[in-house]
Design a protein around this ligand. Structure first.
Ligand SMILES: Nc1ncnc2c1ncn2[C@@H]1O[C@H](COP(=O)(O)OP(=O)(O)OP(=O)(O)O)[C@@H](O)[C@H]1O
Length: 266
């Protein structure tokens, strides 16, 4: 049997619940991809979603900021609350929701604009800055928090797409941070990166959890063990079990979880 990866950080049992999902199902046309998923996600914690390809991790992640709304034929049933507010309520503006619940994708996707504009765009359209000096301050603070400032301070007006893959991913994280999110969703944020860039993003995720609720989809169990405090294991569209990362990797309750983390399938 393959030994489970060592878990680096333990969960805080007192962390308040930020996101509550109840009986969430998702359909793509006639096909049901997610079945009655219920889960509480703690604030200021990194929660990893793991499971074999096609098990519904990304689909579930997208329910939290209504990104499934953008997929033709997708339908979400059940309830997702963030701080007690139903994210699917008619009164919720999905654009504002996606600022509160930012998202980082597998492939870095900076806008075809300068580094400065990538970060300034969101605060500008959401009216978060009163004048140029304040906007400059937000750009600098966001790039610093994303661990990128020192590498780009002297070229803020060059293209964001000219950065390395790892730098672009940190730029995208700075862009998400700039609009003062509460939650950051990450869908395999390191899968297009080399090991050094991956290590930097993982360090950053660990720093960011002091301020944000972070949910990360990852194919790498070693990564889940390194960055998360809570882990949810999905299989065939169902949540099989969720617990402290340490428990999931050392003492899972379910046979399917054990088989997955020990590499018997996946
Ligand atoms: N836009 C879509 N249209 C139709 N079916 C979809 C769509 N997106 C996902 N699915 C299907 O829904 C199921 C869950 O997919 P999802 O991408 O959520 O899984 P995943 O666990 O994130 O997979 P992976 O690890 O491969 O990214 C799969 O059967 C997939 O084929």
């Amino acid at each position: 049997m393959i030994a489970p990866p060592p878990v680096l950080h333990s969960a805080d049992p007192n962390a308040p619940i930020k996101i509550a999902a109840r009986d969430v199902s998702v359909f793509y046309g006639a096909k049901q991809a997610l079945f009655d998923v219920s889960m509480d996600i703690a604030d200021k914690t990194v929660t990893a979603l793991i499971g074999p390809s096609g098990c519904g991790k990304s689909t579930f992640l997208r329910t939290m900021n209504r990104m499934n709304d953008t997929i033709a034929g997708a339908r979400v049933a059940g309830r997702i609350e963030i701080d007690g507010q139903d994210v699917n309520a008619r009164s919720v503006d999905p654009v504002l929701l996606r600022a509160r619940v930012g998202m980082v994708f597998q492939k870095p996707n900076p806008f075809p604009k300068t580094i400065y504009e990538n970060v300034a765009y969101g605060p500008r359209i959401h009216g978060l800055a009163d004048g140029k000096a304040e906007l400059d301050g937000i750009v600098e603070a966001s790039l610093k928090r994303a661990g990128l400032w020192d590498e780009v301070a002297d070229r803020l007006h060059s293209a964001g797409t000219g950065l390395s893959g790892g730098q672009q991913q940190r730029l995208v994280i700075a862009r998400a941070i700039a609009v003062e999110p509460e939650v950051i969703l990450m869908d395999e944020p390191c899968s297009a990166l080399d090991p050094i860039a991956t290590a930097k993003i993982e360090e950053l995720i660990d720093e960011l959890r002091e301020r944000y609720c972070i949910v990360i989809v990852t194919h790498s169990m070693a990564q889940a063990a390194r960055v998360s405090q809570r882990t949810a294991f999905f299989h065939l569209g169902r949540l099989i079990e969720m617990g402290d990362t340490e428990d999931i990797f050392t003492n899972p309750r379910e046979r399917r979880t054990l088989d997955y983390i020990t590499g018997r399938f996946g």
